[in-house]
Design a protein around this ligand. Structure first.
Ligand code: HSE
Length: 298
């Protein structure tokens, strides 16, 4: 009698949309199971698929999200939760977001759906606040809503689902070093030179237009980030070479997935995404760094 919810990995930022744009993959993803208990309080009775995550409900994002939902509804019974992780943490695949999104969705369904999906985004953001110190929505919103999602504003939250207007495939290479979002946010400069700002919002608008007009060429021209990528990519071994290899193999664009260390590339066909995968993997071959790669339809 568990309610089970699956939430997928996501690519946040998508080059030019720092903190305001993300898209969902089909897989990998996390599952959260939830059921009611007579006794009050939240217990996490099992965590599968990963070692070392806390099962303390105050520490694990799934407990934090569920607790906030119960509090706001004045619910006095308790919950038993289980987490089935399908992806590594600290990878840039929106791992904490997928757990948070699945927890919000499962608990909501268990309680008879008192919240709208947009409200669930706000609860899942509490998981992000716990995991990274910042309640960004660019992973949790696409994980809950699917497709591309624009976070137009945070105060108040204005989330715009865009779906997937054209066929796209995503290749992701995860170099197996752990990079905490809190660290890769802490190194960012707090000011943006006007010239770079202008290019960034030109690209973001171009990316939106390219998606909606189903214009692969415009989409490809817009997949750039000259502000954050140069600052963050120093934390990712062989980043420049992998990106170049992906583009040379025909990807529409490539960049850091979320806060890294994963690197994503978008392609128009599945075959292209497979060749991009091989090209990206070959850069790491013999480097001594273990990698994991994923190819998924967007
Ligand atoms: N937009 C966030 C960041 C996503 O880049 O820090 C983290 O996954």
């Amino acid at each position: 009698n568990f309610v089970k919810a699956y939430a997928p990995a996501t690519v946040a930022n998508v080059c030019c949309g720092f903190d305001v744009l993300g898209f969902a993959l089909d897989a990998p993803g996390d599952e959260v199971w939830a059921r009611k208990t007579e006794a009050p309080g939240i217990t996490i009775s099992a965590i599968h698929g990963i070692a070392g995550l806390s099962s303390d409900a105050k520490e694990n994002v799934i407990g934090v999200v569920a607790q906030k939902m119960l509090e706001d509804l004045n619910i006095t019974h308790g919950l038993e939760l289980q987490l089935h992780k399908g992806m590594p943490v600290g990878s840039g695949l929106g791992s904490s977001a997928a757990s948070s999104a699945a927890a919000a969705f499962a608990v909501n369904a268990l309680l008879g759906s008192p919240f709208t999906t947009q409200e669930l985004v706000m609860y899942a953001m509490e998981g992000e606040r716990k995991a990274s110190g910042s309640a960004h929505a660019d992973n949790v919103a696409p994980s809950l809503l699917g497709g591309f999602v624009l976070v137009r504003d945070y105060e108040p939250l204005d989330v715009v689902p865009l779906g997937v207007p054209l066929e796209l495939y995503c290749t992701i290479l995860y170099p197996q070093i752990e990079l905490k979002t809190s660290l890769s946010r802490s190194i960012l400069k707090q000011e943006i030179p006007l010239k770079k700002g202008i290019r960034q919002w030109g690209n973001l608008a171009g990316l939106m237009a390219g998606l909606l007009k189903k214009d692969y060429n415009l989409l490809s021209r817009s997949l750039h980030d000259e502000i954050f990528e140069p600052e963050r990519s120093v934390l990712i071994p062989l980043f420049k070479q992998v990106k170049e290899a992906a583009l040379a193999a025909g990807a529409l664009g490539a960049g850091i997935s979320g806060s890294g260390p994963s690197i994503f590339a978008l392609s128009a066909t599945l075959e292209q995404a497979q060749s991009v995968k091989e090209a990206m993997e070959s850069v790491y071959a013999g480097s001594g760094i273990e990698t994991k790669t994923y190819v998924s339809q967007v």
